[in-house]
Structure formats: C-alpha cells, structure tokens
Ligand binder design. Sequence first.
Ligand code: HEC
Ligand code: HEC
Length: 548
Amino acid sequence: MKPNTPYPIPNRCFSKRTALVLGLALALTAFDGRGATTSAHAHGEDPPKTAPTGMKMKQDHSGHADSGHSHGGKGRSLTVGATVYKHMCIFCHGEDGNGGGKAMAYLYPWPRDFRKGVYKHRSTPSGSLPLDKDIFETISHGIPGTAMPAWENALSEDETWSVIDYLKTFSNRFKTEKPQKPVQPGKTPPTTRESITQGQKIFKEMRCARCHGTDLKGGGPIADSLYDIWDHRVFVYDLTNPNTFKFGFAKADIFMTLSTGIDGTPMKAYPHLTREERWNLASFVHSRIQQDRYRKAKYEVDLFSKKIDGDIDIEPFGDMWESVPVKNVHLIVLNARRDPITRVEFQSVTNDQQVGFRVQWEDPVPNRSSSRHQDFKDAVALEFALGDVLLHTHGHNEPFFGMGNREKPVNIWQWRADWQQEIETKEELEQATGGEGMDMDVMIFGGEVNPVESLNPFRDVPIEEMNAEGFGTLTPQPKTKQNIRGKGVWKDGKWTVTFVRDLESLNKWDIQFKKKQPILIGFAVWDGLHQDRNGRKTVSMWQRLILP
Ligand code: HEC
Ligand code: HEC
C-alpha cells in the first residue's frame, strides 16, 4: 500500500461541507433524527426551509421542464448534477443509474435503479412521477433503515437540485410525463381513543397484518415472500420502531404513506378509503410506535477529544469517563433488519502521552461466545483515514468509507466480544490454578472454551489493529506493531468499549494524532444477533475528530 495521494477534483462546484463527505462515496449516513412531532418528511407542514416551493413552471437551463413545484434557481445545472452524481452517488446507484454500483453487493435493500422512473417517496398519487420537491426531501433526509445517506449538510441546495435534474435523465418518463397534483393532507386531526379503535378496525379489514403482522412488527404471514418491481426482495420493517420509518413517523407522514403508497413495492396506496378512514388508520399505527425508542443522532458531527491531566482509565466504567462530554453518531444500516443499532455514543480524552476513546451502544443481547457454532459475535471498530486527507480546504480526497480504497488506506482498530471473553476466561483459569499460569490441557480439552475456534492463547488484548485499502484487503498488523489497549463490558443492555493508544507511533500504517489537527474517524458495529460478520455491519460516515 502506498501512502495516500491527494485526489484533486475541481472544488468550485462543491460547497464546503461537501468536501467532508465526498469521495467517501459510501459517505454512509442518514437520518439526523427528526423528532416524532417534526418528522423527516413532514408532509403538510411547512416544506423544509431549503426547498422553496411554488415556483412558476419554467425551463431551467439544464433543458428539463420544471415540475412546477421546484426551485428554478440559477445555480441549477446538469453539469454540476453530473459531477455530484459521479462523486457521491455512483458508488451505490451505478454509472447508468441502474442501482448496480460497486457497493450494491453489500447492501439490502439495493440502491434504487432510476431507469424506470418509479419513486417510493412522493406527495403525488400512486403511479405518478414524484415532484422535484419530493426527491429533494429524500436526498436531504436520506432513507432511514437503508444505506441511503442524508445529504443535507453535504450538498448545497443548488447541488441537490442539480443532481435531481441529473437523476431524471436516467428515465424517459420525465421527458414524456408530468407529475400529477400532490395529495394535500391538510390539518392533522387530533388522535382520540375512538380514532385509534376505528383505525384498528380498518387495519383488520384491509388485512394490513398479512404483511405487517397483528403486532405491526413486520412478521406477517406473507412478509417473507414479497418482491418489488425491480425484482428484489422487499423487507417489511417493524412499524413500532420509530428509527426505521423511511418517510417519517409523524401522523401526517403516515397519512401520506397510506394516501400515496410506496410505489414499486407491495405497499399500495389506499385512496379508496375516505380521508377520515386514512387518518384513523394513521392514528392507530402512530399509537403503536414506541416513541421512547427513538434515537436521535447526527450523521455528521464534529467530535472533540477532551484534554485531561491525569491518566486515561482503560476500565469502561472508570470514574474518569463520567465527566467527558458525549456525542451521538448515527449509524447506517447496510442490511435491513428489525432492530438495528442506529447510534453510537462517543467520548474521547487526551493527555500528554495518550489518547483514549470510549464507545457505547445499545445491544440487548450480548453475543460473545467463541464457540464454533456461534459464528457471529458483537464487535466494534474505529476507523481512521490515513494520509493527506485534508478536510474542507483540499477537497474531497478521503478514502472510501467502507474500507478505504486503493491508495487511500485506513487504519482500523477492532474490538471483538469473543476476544474479550477469551481473555476473561483465561484470567479465570489462571486464578483457578492459583496464579501459576494457565493449564493448557484444561483450556483446550476440558475448559469452558471450545478448542476448535480456540482462543489464541497468547492474545492478551481484545483489540486488533488492521489496515485496509478497499474491500477484501483487510490486513492485521504484525503482532509487534499492535499498540492499542482496551476493554469491553456488556452491562444493562449496552456495550461499553474503551481504546487507548500512545499519541505517537512510528508505524506509518498507524493514524498519526497531532494537536489541533482534525482527522477523520468512522465507526462500525457488528451485531452477532443479526449474524453480522465482515461487510455485514452498521457503519457511520466519516466524522471529524479534533484533538486538543
Ligand atoms: C451508500 C449507498 C448510497 C449512496 C452513496 C447513495 N444512495 Fe441513494 N439510495 C440508496 C439505497 C439503498 C436506496 C434505496 C432505499 C429504499 O429502497 O428504500 C436509495 C434510494 C435513492 C432514491 C430513491 C428515492 C425514492 O423515493 O424511491 C434517490 C432519489 C436517491 N437514492 C438519490 C441519491 C443521490 C442523489 C445520491 C448522491 C448524492 C445517493 N442517492 C447516494 C443508497 C445510496
Ligand atoms: C402486501 C403487503 C402489505 C400490505 C397488505 C400492507 N403493507 Fe404496509 N408496507 C409493506 C411493505 C413491503 C412496506 C415497506 C416498503 C419499503 O420499505 O420500501 C410497507 C410499509 C408501510 C409503512 C411504513 C412507511 C415508512 O415510512 O417506512 C406503513 C406506515 C405501512 N406500511 C402501513 C400499512 C397499513 C396501515 C396497511 C393496511 C392499510 C398496510 N401497510 C398494508 C407491505 C404491505
């Protein structure tokens, strides 16, 4: 691997923030967490301030007929759109918009194939083209529960309108058709006990449970046999979990989903129900959402390391950590699932010699066994971009998020629950043998540990340091270069893991920590319960980390 070479791309068409996420192509992000009341796609409420509406129908200079509901700003240009697409979307959506980008193999649901011109999120009736404004909302807010990032902070308004124009060139529908008039939800009626009861009745009559299950958790009898029009399996999400609603979980959003349907999928529109019936249904579904499970987190945050004088405590519940500020980072779900981990809590401290990190995430079931039959364990990784990946000023030359890319290596520190378990078992065994070292026979043949997947008897740290330069290039550093310490503890439905390293390292494959100089850090979480392993994981996009 060679050190990173800058990747100059004309900066002028990109906003400053763009620099941060671009090139990560997999700038995996999403939902910055809109609340229950002001949800991601609050139809019927004020349009997002970034999306001016009500413009007159006109031709913009890209030559596309405007839908009449979008911005006709001067900054809208097909050339800019193409550039944005090639740097930020192509990796998933593919060169010709067919949804077959390089990352596709790692994702479920698949990135959208734009060629049919069928859009899931619309304010227009089922079967209609979307308004530009609808696509604008999707691009800005991302699609929770999927790998589709939220680009709101990464793209300027003009860049977003421009890329919309570019997306539209993938389908002839936009040349020959006009979107129909949008559905107006009007004012949200109050939720009453009566409306919920009525809604539940309609839920039964419409047989929504066939797909969603009577408990709304997605386990209906035909849920596992559904396909979309792009010939892909469709996942039915848990409607009681607010974190994976794609198009907002406010009552008005649900009303809109029921009125317009999710085109391309078996989720049809119900325009044949009266408005009142749809509102009642929305009241019912909304009443089943476990609002307290909503996990607010930003997809792009500046992280800071706090300067301390004393020692860094490697103990996950050491008192030292109590006074360190916590930042929440949003995780993107690469593989659809019912209870994804959507957030990590991050803390960091620095003293004269060392830097320490503490990462916490909710995981109700710890998977840490190193038995051969249970191949999937919980794990977390911190990922650092190596080399000259200057932010903001030098353009978007960061490595591809997933695993770095060629000539843009990343340094990965991975903690694994099974290694942690092995170490603890070993310590117990040592104690049992009166501190005279462990009895290898016991360990291998009679101990609690499965001999086949055998613990590395020499491992004394549950963390491994690796490098990667793209998928399939993950390489552990030699034992002599491993220089991270740390520890993980599962307690009260949560993993808490620490990482500590000396600030200085002579290894060129290690991240160099320099005072006041921002570096790029990313997170990955593997959930054993969901059979995560290798590329199957939840990830954050790059965050900026600033040392004191
Ligand atoms: C990391 C992969 C990834 C990247 C990068 C990505 N997308 Fe997506 N995108 C997806 C996935 C996955 C879906 C499908 C989600 C679904 O079907 O629910 C999607 C869906 C969409 C949709 C369809 C919305 C609808 O209503 O059907 C639009 C529009 C879109 N993406 C635009 C973009 C644009 C513009 C960019 C670049 C600025 C981009 N995407 C970058 C993964 C990605
Ligand atoms: C034939 C199967 C099927 C039936 C019947 C069905 N749905 Fe769905 N529904 C789906 C699928 C599939 C999705 C997810 C589509 C996707 O993620 O792209 C979905 C998504 C939803 C969503 C989530 C929207 C979001 O923002 O993520 C709501 C709410 C919903 N359905 C409500 C209902 C209600 C209420 C009924 C009955 C009136 C119903 N569904 C009937 C298959 C069905």
